[in-house]
Design a protein around this ligand. Structure first.
Ligand code: PAF
Length: 283
């Protein structure tokens, strides 16, 4: 396993691998790797000859009052976990190389970036799309692996890949959960013991939605009310949003049509920790 820190070094390595006929998979991460990331690396391992894990806490996707400074970091731990999961390279660039003095170029995926998370985190997906496009230009992958946990990110990146003609296959890996249903997230470390006990209600509310949406005539607005009551009555969580939307366009649904894939998603704050989760439903 090799650690590469320079952009030029990474590009040179990817060029060489491509010349050797190797299929390259990239797993973009912000580090502090957990089992969810390792599942992405294992999926990449199966899909390609060479796996590059990128570790970069991207300032461009954090708002001014968000947790960029306190976002958990453990590069040495990340290197050993990525290696054990089957990564061949870890790309660990410096902030000043990724965004040097005078940096001016950003990628904006219109509309899809403005709803759901985008409403609460203006500029977030502009930062995500920009860094993902840059990581694609640096690692030159054939395949890129993302987690379904960040459902809107997947929709935004998919649109960007299509619109900017990146010749890259996207693989989306199902969310990895704790035994009690809590989706794995680097931010779970911020939860107090009592918040950690309450947080699995998010997944229970998503399972409730899945059951209710399978019933003929179920209305998204009723389902959202039920989810909201469950969360508010059994936890201290403050709901930012609960959404029942088309999984591809992210348009809110007012009634359920057979054949559509539905994304039920939510964001809930436990104290200062904001958790997101989602489920895909095909009634
Ligand atoms: O999902 C993440 O960890 C980040 O949003 C990503 C894709 C690595 C971009 O910084």
């Amino acid at each position: 396993m090799e650690v590469i820190r320079s952009i030029g070094g990474m590009q040179h390595t990817s060029d060489r691998l491509r010349c050797e006929g190797k299929r390259i998979a990239v797993v973009p991460t912000m580090g502090y790797l957990h089992e969810g990331h390792l599942t992405l690396i294992r999926a990449a391992r199966k899909a390609a000859d060479v796996v590059i894990t990128t570790v970069f806490v991207n300032p461009a996707q954090f708002g001014p009052h968000e947790d960029f400074e306190r976002y958990p970091r453990n590069p040495e731990g990340d290197i050993s976990l990525a290696s054990n999961a089957g990564s061949d390279f870890v790309f660990l660039p410096d902030r000043s190389d990724v965004y040097p003095e005078g940096y001016r170029t950003y990628v904006n995926v219109e509309t899809l970036s403005e709803v759901l998370e985008g409403k609460f985190r203006p500029g977030h997906f502009r930062g995500v799309a920009t860094i993902v496009a840059k990581l694609f230009a640096i690692t030159k992958p054939h395949v890129a692996v993302f987690g379904q946990k960040d459902a809107q990110q997947v929709v935004v990146v998919r649109r960007m890949v299509q619109d900017l003609n990146f010749d890259i296959e996207l693989i989306v890996v199902p969310t990895v959960r704790e035994a009690d249903g809590l989706a794995l997230s680097s931010r779970n470390v911020y939860l107090s013991p009592s918040q950690r006990t309450e947080a699995p209600v998010l997944y229970r509310s998503l399972l409730l939605a899945e059951r209710r949406l399978a019933e003929p005539g179920a209305l998204p607005s009723d389902v959202i009310k039920e989810m909201s009551s469950l969360i508010s009555n059994t936890s201290s969580g403050v709901i930012d949003y609960i959404s029942v939307a088309d999984a591809n366009t992210l348009e809110e649904l007012h009634r359920i049509e057979k054949g559509r894939t539905i994304l039920v998603s939510l964001a809930v704050r436990f104290g200062t920790t904001r958790l997101i989760d989602n489920i895909l439903v095909s009634p």
